[in-house]
Structures are given as C-alpha cells and as structure tokens.
Design a protein around this ligand. Structure first.
Ligand code: T1G
Length: 692
C-alpha cells in the first residue's frame, strides 16, 4: 500500500517491507522522512509483523539528507527524530543497501538493528565535502562499529567505502547477492526473528572505542598527517573533534548534543554555503541550456589525437581509461615511441601505487594505436589536435584534417588561448569544430573547457559535454574568446601580480597573500612550477618583461632550479636575490620608483581584478552562468573550494562593496579596474552576480 507519494508498505509473511522511491537519489526529504516514520508505526502496530526491512528503489539507498532543504526550517520528523523511531522500535529493523548509502542515509542505516548490502554498494559520510559533518549521529555511531581510526579517515575524507570493506570493518552484517537484495534482506529479517536476535543499538556499543582509549596520539598524528590537506577548511577539524568526543566519558546524548552544536556552527559558516554552492554548480555546469529539444548526441566509438607530447599523451589516456580506442599521430616514429613510452610509464606508476590493476596497463595500452600518418585518422568519430600553440601550425593541421576526416567527424582543438573561429576557418566544415581545452596534466586535471564557436552545431556541443562526463571530467561550456574563461581570468591575475612586483611588492609577498587566501600555491610559485618558458618564443621578444629576462638567463623555473625562486635538489624554494635584482633593474628602466606595497593592496588588486574579469566574461556571454565561472576556477585553478569561486566570493563581499572597491582601485591604479557594466547594472538592481 502507498504510505505517501514516495513510500510504500507491504507485508510478506511476518516481514514488513518499507520501500522508498524518491528519484533521483532517494534523498531524505520531508516526504521521505514522513513516509518512513508512518510506515514504521504501521509495522509496529501490526501484530502479524515480526520484523521490518527498509529498502529503496531506483539507483541507490538514501544518498543523504536532502541538500536543498539544508538551512531551511526543519519539518517533523527531523532526521534525528526519525532515527529515534527506528532505534527505539520494538521490532527488529533491517536496512537493505544498494548504490551509495551516504550521509544521512548511512546515519539512518546505523540506527537500524541490522544492515545488509549488495557487494556493489558503497557506504560513506561525505558531509565534509559540503563543509559539514554528519549531523545525525554519524560521528558518534560510526566509530562504534568501525573503530576510531577508520571513522576519522571516513568522515574527514568523505570518501565512501565499498560494501565488502564495510562488511570487514563491521559496518555491515551481511552481503546480499547482487540483484537479490530484497529477497536476501527479507531472509535476514526472518532469521533475526526466528533466532530471536537482540534489538542491538549501535549507541550502546563501546568495544570498538576501547581500541582507542588512552591513545591521544591517534588524533595528534592524524591532524599532523593531514595538516596540508585540511589547511583553511573548518569542517575536517570539527569532524575530528566530534570523533574525539566519543572517547569522552559522557552520556551518548551529551555527545550527540556536542555534535549538533558543531554541525550548526558549520551550517552557519560561509564555508559550508560555498561548498554546497560548488556541489550544485558542478552539476549545473553539466547542463546545456538553449539547445533545440531534439538535439541528439553523436556516437564516439573511436578517437584520434594529433600530438603525443605532454598534452596529447594525457588526452589520449583519458579515452583509453574510458575504454575508447585511440589512434595517436606524431610526426616521427621517435616522437611517437617516446610519447607511448611516457604513457605506459604513467600507467605503470599508477598501478604500482595500487590505484589500478597491473593487468589494466596492457589493456589500456592495447587501446592506443600509434601512427605517423594523419590519414590513419580517417575513420575517427572525434579528432583532437594537441600540437604546438601557434595559429599557423593549428590552421595547417585543420586544413589537412578537413581533407582526411570522415564526414560528421568532430574536429577538436586543445588550444588554450587561440581563436577557434580562426582555426575552424581553415576547414570547409566550421560547424564540426569545437574546442576541448584540457588542463595539464590532462589525464589528471578534472576541468575541461568545452569551447563552442559561432558555428559549432548543437549536437557537437551536447556530445562534447556528455563526453566530458564519460571520461570523468567536469565539463564547462564556454564561448570562444581570448583565454576562454579560466585563462582569461588568470591573465587578469598575471597583469596585477606583475605590476605589483614592479611597483614594490616581492613575488614571495604576493604568493603569501594568495596562499593565505587559500590557494594551494602562490602565483609566482605556480609560474615556476609550470615553467617560465611555456609559450616563450625566444626569437620573438627580447627582455620585454621580467619573465622574458629570467628566461633569457636560463631561469625557467623549478626545472632549472631557478626562476622567481631558487630551488634546492628537493625542489624546496627560497626567494631568489637574482630574480629580485632583475625586478628592481627592470622597474628602474621603466622609470618606476618602487614603494611599500601592503598585503591589503595585493589582496584587493588581484582578487577584485579577477572578479571584474569574471563579470566581463559573463556580460559578454563567454560564460553562461556565474556558477560556471566558479567551477572553472575551483576545479581548474585551485580557488579554495571553501570560498566557492570568484563569483560566489564577490557576492559574499556584497556587490556594492565590490563596485566601491573597483572604483577606488581605478582611481589609484588606472583603467584596468574600470568596473564591468554588468556589476554596475546588478548593483543598481540590488542583485548579485548569481542573478546574472
Ligand atoms: N540532496 C538533494 N539532491 C541531491 C543529493 C542530495 N543529498 N544528492 C544528489 N542530488 C541530486 C543532484 O543535485 C542531481 O540533481 C541528481 O541528484 C543526481 O546527482 C544530516 C546533513 C549520490 C553519489 O553529500 O554524492 O546527509 O542535477 O548528478 O553522479 O548528516 O549525487 O539531476 O537535478 O551527482 O550519479 C550528504 C551528495 C548530504 C551526497 C550520485 N550526502 N550526492 O552521483 O548523480 S548532507 C551527500 C552525491 C547530510 C546529514 C547531512 C551524488 C551521488 P539534478 P548526481 P551521480
């Protein structure tokens, strides 16, 4: 019988089966909680029922609280009150898990008396990824079944564990047969009934906690080992404190109150708002608005990659990883062999780290075919060029491709900055041309800017966005303009960083401001890491700026143990007096009288220049949403996730404040800070960038 729209109830023999069907992920919404609570009360009152199974339809067991309801006034039964209904039930309850039992979903399973899952299921508490902690007893119950050390790792990483590992850890009682979860859960419930097994409550268990008593070093060592990863984030530390609370000699409910208080603090903090924003923004970015309703995706059964260098090799790996055969073309056997050898080396390293099976190395290498003839790409459904970043070179490649590629093949360029309309014009099929801007290392970085030109046809846009997901990337659709979205904002940061060090700041002062803001590394550190000579054309320009001069001195960054910083043989950097002298001399030649530059000036000039450029990108339609700009910079450039991205951060400052700051910066430092007209319009309308 239907308890409500999303919960149904049936009795089979002595077993009541409560089934939840609330797509897409059976999130514990108000309706779900109300339905489950009602169904349990029915089962408890039904004298013919001896035990209860709680199971979900669709792709997964409860995937957590309904994130869209977080922060809104609670509706009864709250998740914690629903948990009390299960935990205090007078009849045994079996939670039957498939898909991903996450967050509140796993916390609900933890108040059932028994837990069973199919081997393909996963169990996790990913709240930390939302800037939160498991707020329904997860930090108090999980350690009681898997132990403190395992619980620490699970709640602070947010990474789910496989059902088999969960069974071994003590989180699950049984594994069901794949595809027979319902039957096996009913059978377990019947055995619990027949064997009169106890109505055991996880909250009453202490045996797994005893393993950690008197060992404060578990927490000290854990904090130390993860200091770098957790730097700047609030949630991991709050999760650790809640796990520590399980060892305090206090009633369970006091520990629960402590967990709730820390949860509420996190909920109220901008970090969680930022991380929840990123969660939804990432999913929103995958959606393409405005395409004709009947737009269909094209089949991609075979891929061609031109260039087996760093980018080409990494790009090819993405498709091999997804089981898609790739033909890689190079200009010589030697370059081809070198590229394939590097790919194999990458796979072997991954396998040696246990991150893939050793047998997969040959499987994936088997999907890669090398060639020195572009003609071998004739039957590819998608061809991606990753050749030298020079417009004439790329146009020549596309001219050849036009004559070789089969009709309907997608012709993609991996260019970082160049005008793709210009590249497409080298073909007779500009509508088949799209940009697929991967980020180095291409087989690792999640971001993929999908660049549509003025001619790119809808089915290619849709196919490229779907392909991003297929190869495990976060695809963001962007327009064709200098630097697209990510690099264009980076160029704005470059301009201010370079100006600041000429005017009086040091590279290390600039880097510290960005590091303290939450970037994993500073601007000049990143330049040294990537290599100052990337895109450097020694013949074209001489001493045009500090970077060129450093290149001319052979200071290309980390790889030459000297760039803006000096590096020891362990690549530990120290500020370079040589680079500082180059900066001072160049400033003098420019007639710049260096001065004291405060950290506040560095902070405002760099961050507000980035925000302003993001607003211009939005205003020009190069990005469809402010949240897309956020995803590009959080995913591809290390903007700290707990600050939500440049657009979210700007709205957090308040757009009137942003406008006021830009005008002040313009007065002090010139027209580069002329506010984007979009910001002026939104401020006049009392809106934020999110409303653009
Ligand atoms: N609430 C609401 N909507 C959700 C949701 C959730 N928990 N999880 C996913 N969705 C939506 C998502 O926005 C998308 O919507 C669709 O479902 C498919 O998602 C008290 C407070 C479950 C592994 O953090 O990790 O419990 O775009 O594209 O790739 O302690 O979704 O289709 O309209 O990601 O197959 C804790 C978050 C919540 C899990 C599926 N739970 N979700 O991945 O599909 S906080 C989580 C995921 C909590 C308690 C605390 C993934 C997934 P749309 P998708 P997928």
């Amino acid at each position: 019988m239907k308890v409500n729209d999303v919960v149904s109830y049936v009795v089979e023999g002595q077993i009541a089966v409560i089934t939840v069907d609330s797509p897409p992920v059976n999130a514990l919404s108000n309706a779900v909680r109300q339905g489950v609570a009602g169904a349990i009360q029915t089962a408890i009152g039904d004298t013919g029922v001896g035990a209860i199974v709680l199971i979900c339809e669709g792709r997964t067991f409860f995937a957590g609280a309904d994130i869209t309801e977080l922060g809104k006034p609670p509706v009864e039964p709250t998740l914690r009150n629903l948990q009390l209904v299960l935990e205090n039930a007078s009849k045994p309850i079996v939670a039957a898990i498939h898909g991903t039992a996450l967050g509140g979903g796993l916390e609900l399973a933890l108040v059932a008396h028994y837990r069973i899952a199919v081997p393909s299921a996963k169990c996790g508490l990913p709240e930390v990824n939302l800037g939160l902690l498991p707020g329904a007893g997860g930090t108090q119950r999980l350690p009681r079944v898997v132990g403190v050390a395992k619980a620490l790792e699970m709640v602070t990483s947010g990474t789910p564990i496989a059902a088999t590992a969960a069974k071994e850890a003590g989180l699950l009682d049984e594994l069901a047969r794949e595809g027979d979860l319902r039957a096996d859960a009913i059978a377990l419930a019947q055995r619990v009934l027949d064997e009169r097994r106890p109505l055991r409550k996880v909250r009453d268990r202490t045996d797994r906690l005893d393993e950690a008593r008197g060992k404060p070093e578990i927490f000290a060592d854990f904090r130390k080992a993860n200091a770098r990863k957790f730097r700047g984030f609030l949630a991991p530390e709050y999760n650790i404190r809640c796990i520590e609370a399980t060892l305090v000699d206090q009633p369970f409910d006091e520990a629960m109150a402590y967990e709730r208080s820390l949860f509420n603090e996190l909920m109220a903090d901008s970090q969680s708002a930022a991380q929840r924003h990123v969660f939804f923004a990432e999913r929103q970015a995958a959606k393409v608005d405005g395409l004709p309703a009947d737009t269909a995706t094209l089949p991609i059964a075979k891929v061609g990659v031109i260039g087996a260098g760093t980018m080409g090799g990494g790009i090819a790996m993405n498709f091999a990883n997804a089981g898609i055969p790739v033909t890689i073309v190079e200009t010589s056997e030697e370059a081809l062999f070198r590229g394939l050898r590097i790919i194999r080396g990458n796979y072997e390293t991954t396998a040696a780290k246990g991150k893939m099976k050793a047998s997969d190395v040959d499987t994936r290498m088997g999907l890669l075919t090398g060639s020195v003839a572009m003609e071998d790409l004739a039957d590819c459904d998608l061809i991606i060029e990753a050749v030298f970043e020079q417009i004439d070179v790329k146009r020549a490649v596309f001219g050849k491709l036009d004559a070789i590629a089969k009709s309907g093949s997608i012709l993609a360029t991996n260019t970082s900055y160049l005008d793709i309309d210009d590249i497409a014009a080298a073909t007779k099929r500009p509508a088949d041309v799209v940009g697929l801007h991967f980020f180095s290392p291409a087989n690792v970085m999640k971001l993929l800017e999908v660049v549509r030109t003025k001619d790119t046809k809808p089915e290619i846009v849709l196919t490229a966005m779907k392909l991003a997901r297929t190869i495990g990337k976060i695809g963001v659709l962007v327009g064709n303009g200098y630097g697209f979205v990510g690099n264009r904002i980076l160029a704005a940061r470059n301009a201010q960083a370079d100006a600041l060090v000429l005017e009086g700041a040091t590279p290390w002062a600039v880097d510290k401001v960005l590091y303290d803001f939450g970037f994993a590394m500073g601007h000049f550190q990143m330049r040294d890491l990537v290599g100052l000579d990337v895109g450097w054309n020694a013949k074209a320009t001489a001493s045009a700026n500090v970077r060129e001069i450093l290149n001319e001195m052979g200071r290309h960054g980390q790889k030459t143990r000297g760039g803006y910083y000096d590096y020891d043989d362990k690549r530990v950097q120290t500020p370079s007096p040589v680079a500082m002298q180059v900066i001072e001399d160049f400033a003098a030649k420019q007639g710049i009288v260096r001065r004291e530059v405060s950290d506040a000036e560095i902070h405002d000039r760099i961050l507000f220049a980035m925000v302003n450029e993001g607003a211009r990108i939005l205003d020009e339609g190069i990005a469809a949403r402010a949240s897309d700009v956020d995803i590009v910079w959080v995913t591809g450039y290390g903007w700290p996730k707990y600050r939500g991205g440049p657009m979210f951060w700007a709205d957090l400052q308040g757009l009137p404040t942003v406008l006021e700051t830009l005008n002040a910066l313009k007065a002090a430092h010139g027209d580069a800070f002329t506010p984007s007209p979009l910001i002026e319009r939104l401020v006049a309308q009392g809106k934020g960038l999110k409303d653009a």
